[in-house]
Design a binder for this molecule. Structure first.
Ligand code: ATP
Ligand code: MG
Length: 461
């Protein structure tokens, strides 16, 4: 595939008749005619093609842009197709019955075809001299609102990487390549458009995108784009937690979790997202937490590769397990609460703290807490209680976490995991033998309880 692009670009440089132009801000532009590039309409989804043609026929400019063009040229299947046009969101809405206008920071049109959504944006311009209503930055230079419309040249100047500033023009099937995007695709270079410091300050998420694209597309980050990341990484703390939630999914559920994690730690990008986990890793760089995180990443990648479901509930339960147990120990020590009560209090604390940087929706944080609570039952429920326990709807996820803990910790946890593994994997008959030959251990909770007073907390079973 790599050779295919090289050949394509070689041919492009030899044959392209059009001289390179420059945008007003000094970004280079090459327009590559249909006969000199490899994108055909067949590679673009039917729905995206429909949208492009409808806009074109109504007299608007319409381009496929970003990942769609980039990935087709790389021989990959695009995740989604993004369209840009000179039609305003209101004009787009008039053209499509199935159109929804969304977004505040970026006002966008979503053209909905059942489960497939084509995102259509209006070409963005520069935001100098424009009023607060359309564009706004904060003290660090971060863009808070960004709805100034402009030309394709201006739009290109505002994209993140040159390989993302490739536009496929539906009017003549040419590709507009800005800032040497095609050449960078060929040499596998992720190069930021404009001054890296300024571009990261405008939107710190671009640092995470640099990591994500470099692992996903097997590209190296241009030194000028890599250099400021470590210093600017703390700016991620200011990104709204809801946006961060989406970015984290893209980083860890895209099949490259392990590579992304390692690169993020190298660049200091992990800490602002997972401060509690980073603290535990720092205390004990080769301890169970470090092993656990790598195991989660490896497992997630494997599941994605096998097309199996991955859920944020399990992911966050596992990521935060060691910060949680440490917090529970601290609370128990400080307050004299029972193991269970301290654990219960720690669950609330840890989840709340994590949600300050990444807002985990309740539909995932609640089952994550279930997975945590069930960890306490693995020891107590060996024996005949195991039959009831494995019926619990969250048993499988909790058991998977137990296996990860066993891998990370060894010792007592590994022994417990081994018991459960033989029970879970055993036939009905084997299970009976295993369960009956095991003496149920008394709850540690009950043994350590200092006061016999009843609490209102839900029972563990
Ligand atoms: P993928 O969809 O595979 O993750 P993509 O490049 O299409 O990759 P999107 O998030 O879908 O990424 O964005 C589409 C395009 O919008 C990008 O290619 C880029 O040109 C532009 N873009 C997205 N986010 C930013 C950003 N934070 N700053 C500047 N440009 C951006
Ligand atoms: Mg995309």
């Amino acid at each position: 595939m790599f050779r295919r692009i090289s050949q394509f670009c070689k041919q492009l440089f030899e044959d392209n008749q059009r001289p390179t132009e420059t945008t007003p801000a000094g970004l280079s532009l090459e327009v590559v005619a249909r006969k000199h590039h490899a994108i055909s309409r067949k590679q673009i989804s039917e729905n995206a093609t429909k949208v492009l043609y409808r806009l074109h026929k109504a007299g608007f400019k319409a381009y496929l842009v970003g990942g769609g063009v980039r990935d087709i040229l790389l021989g990959l299947e695009p995740k989604d197709f993004d369209v840009v046009t000179d039609a305003t969101p209101e004009q787009i809405k008039k053209l499509f019955r199935n159109c929804r206008l969304v977004g505040r920071r970026f006002r966008l049109a979503h053209i909905v075809f059942g489960r497939d959504v084509i995102e259509v944006a209006t070409l963005r311009g520069h935001h100098v001299d424009s009023g607060e209503k359309v564009s706004k930055t904060n003290a660090e230079g971060r863009l808070l609102r960004d709805n100034v419309y402009g030309t394709i040249d201006e739009d290109a100047e505002r994209r993140d990487f040159t390989v993302n500033a490739l536009y496929y023009d539906i009017s003549d099937f040419s590709i507009h390549s800005y800032g040497g995007g095609l050449q960078d695709l060929d040499s596998r270079t992720l190069r930021l458009i404009g001054d890296p410091q300024k571009r990261y300050r405008e939107d710190p998420v671009r640092m995470l995108r640099a990591v994500r694209f470099s692992t996903k597309l097997d590209m190296h980050i241009d030194p000028a784009a890599a250099e400021p990341i470590y210093e600017l990484a703390p700016l991620l703390q200011d990104i709204p937690a809801a946006r961060m939630y989406e970015e984290v999914l893209k980083l860890f559920f895209n099949g490259h979790a392990l590579n992304n994690y390692e690169l993020m730690r190298e660049f200091g990008l992990f800490e602002p997202l997972f401060p509690l986990v980073e603290a535990v890793l720092r205390d004990d760089p080769n301890g169970p937490a470090a092993k656990m995180i790598k195991a989660i990443m490896r497992n997630t990648d494997q599941r994605v590769a096998e097309d199996k479901a991955v859920t944020p509930a399990f992911f966050y339960a596992a990521m935060l397990w060691y910060p949680l147990s440490q917090r529970a120990d601290d609370i128990a020590l400080e307050s004299g609460l029972t193991t269970y009560d301290a654990f219960y209090a720690a669950m609330g604390d840890v989840m709340e703290q994590q949600c300050r940087s990444i807002s985990i929706p309740r539909r995932f944080s609640t089952p994550a807490k279930d997975i945590w609570q069930l960890q306490l039952r693995f020891e107590r429920n060996q024996g005949t209680r195991a039959f009831k326990f494995i019926e619990h709807p969250k048993f499988r996820a909790a058991y998977d976490l137990l296996l990860l803990r066993a891998e990370a910790e060894g010792g007592h946890t590994a022994k417990s995991a081994a018991w459960w593994r033989s029970f879970v994997e055993g036939s009905d008959e084997q299970r009976s033998v295993i369960a009956r030959s095991t003496k149920t251990s008394k709850s540690r909770n009950n043994r350590r309880r200092r006061s016999p007073k009843k609490t209102n907390k839900p029972a563990q079973e």
